[in-house]
Design a protein around this ligand. Structure first.
Ligand SMILES: C[S@@+](CC[C@H](N)C(=O)[O-])C[C@H]1O[C@@H](n2cnc3c(N)ncnc32)[C@H](O)[C@@H]1O
Length: 401
């Protein structure tokens, strides 16, 4: 296995995210999607990017970069998968944005040279879809702080642990099915997940999804971000949480506008809010805990670690322990301890019950029955989790520079 994600991509025949845009219409549609995301969810309207000195790590084909350019950012792009460079240049030329492409470089995050002055530092750093694969986490948080001007922003898009439970389950199912059938990854994924994949309005083919998620060795617990720890570490190296999607700051904390929360109070509220949001992240629905549940953090983490272990080797004993954790989640979802709409509660209970049916099928080891379940069970087909979290940090200017 390659020890970097870009090393993994360098071994592939396709770029992981390229949309092969044919014309202006695709760029405009993407701009609209990004404008809504950045304005409504991340509180960073396009105006923030006007004349900004912008550094984007890992742009792949550069489709997000083109939107930053349209918004007026001067873009330095650092893409260590040099197979993407020609596509990036062609895209910028084709959409008349070459004047916004300040530099196209091939260093990875940790190799990128540290500027000596604030004039050379950046207003915004964007790193989407990969930075969580750089360990230890503190290394990239610190490096990006060294590259950013005081008051500047860091936008990251990461795989989050609790939101990735269902992604891990897909990897378990694929691994188990392949062990039973001897099939290669793509035909196995098609037999298992084509119905599920076709049930959502995706933009990429099942081939890319199989490479980029199902078989990607970096989509694993070892790398996933746990938001409480990431925010704590970010603060230690000079960042403060600016925004996140899903929200990480306590959105229920109401106080007089002249009152200023201390950093400690804000951090304490954030931890509490995050711990009560784990089920929401897991099921991508509102399932906020009305009160803390002793031991739940530990049990959910155990469920994630057990599921992750099943990707490497299926063990019926570990599956039985997963079932016990699912029973606790089922009981909790049925109780008044979870704030939820009836529809959300029912939908997530359906998901839990689907997994309660699936584990015995996986343990029994009949490949046809597993495939039949994956193509027909509505709770399984509808469930996706929320593996992808956006976080924006702002540089406070107090440390690491
Ligand atoms: C999944 S793609 C995401 C592309 C784009 N940012 C997006 O979100 O659509 C991840 C990209 O990050 C690049 N990458 C991986 N590891 C990196 C690193 N350590 N430093 C910089 N780029 C990296 C990969 O080569 C790839 O182009």
């Amino acid at each position: 296995m390659s020890d970097t994600l870009y090393g993994y991509y360098l071994q592939q025949n396709v770029l992981p995210t390229v949309g092969h845009w044919q014309g202006e219409a695709e760029l405009l549609a993407h701009e609209e999607h990004r404008r809504v995301l950045f304005t409504s969810k991340l509180q960073m309207p396009p105006q923030v990017f006007r004349c900004a000195r912008m550094l984007e790590f890992g742009p792949d084909a550069g489709e997000n970069s083109l939107v930053f350019a349209l918004w007026g950012a001067d873009c330095t792009l650092a893409e260590p998968n040099t197979k993407a460079h020609e596509t990036i240049r062609n895209y910028f030329a084709r959409f008349n944005q070459l004047n916004r492409l300040t530099e196209l470089r091939s260093e990875d995050v940790l190799q990128f040279p540290i500027p000596k002055t604030d004039a050379e530092r950046f207003d915004v750093i964007d790193a989407e879809g990969f930075i969580y694969t750089i360990l230890p986490q503190r290394a990239w948080l610190e490096k990006c702080a060294q590259l950013t001007r005081p008051g500047g922003f860091l936008v990251v898009f990461n795989c989050e642990a609790y939101g990735s439970f269902m992604e891990l389950m897909l990897k378990v199912i694929l691994a188990r099915y392949r062990a039973l059938t001897g099939l290669e990854p793509l035909p196995a994924a098609q037999k298992l997940f084509q119905t599920k994949w076709d049930s959502i309005p995706h933009k990429r083919r099942i081939e890319s999804w199989t490479m980029d998620v199902l078989m990607n060795p970096f989509v694993r617990m070892k790398y996933f971000v746990e938001p409480r720890r990431m925010c704590d570490e970010a603060e230690q190296v000079g960042w403060s949480l600016y925004s996140a999607w899903p929200h990480y700051a306590d959105m229920l904390d109401i106080h007089w506008f002249k009152q200023v929360r201390t950093a400690e109070e804000t951090a304490r509220l954030r931890v509490d809010y995050l711990e009560r949001s784990r089920l929401s992240h897991m099921f991508v629905r509102k399932h906020f805990l009305a009160r803390p549940q002793p031991g739940l953090e530990h049990d959910l983490w155990d469920l994630l670690m057990l599921t992750d272990s099943l990707v490497d080797a299926y063990a019926a004993g570990a599956a039985t322990r997963c079932m016990a954790h699912l029973t606790r989640i089922e009981t909790l979802l049925q109780s008044a301890d979870v704030i939820s709409s009836d529809a959300d509660r029912e939908a997530s209970l359906q998901t839990v019950r689907s997994y309660q049916k699936l584990f015995p099928l996986l343990s029994a080891g009949n490949a046809d029955e597993i495939a039949a379940f994956c193509n027909t069970d509505p709770g399984f087909i509808k469930s996706w989790g929320t593996p992808s979290h956006f976080t924006v940090f702002q540089k406070t200017g107090t440390a690491a520079a």
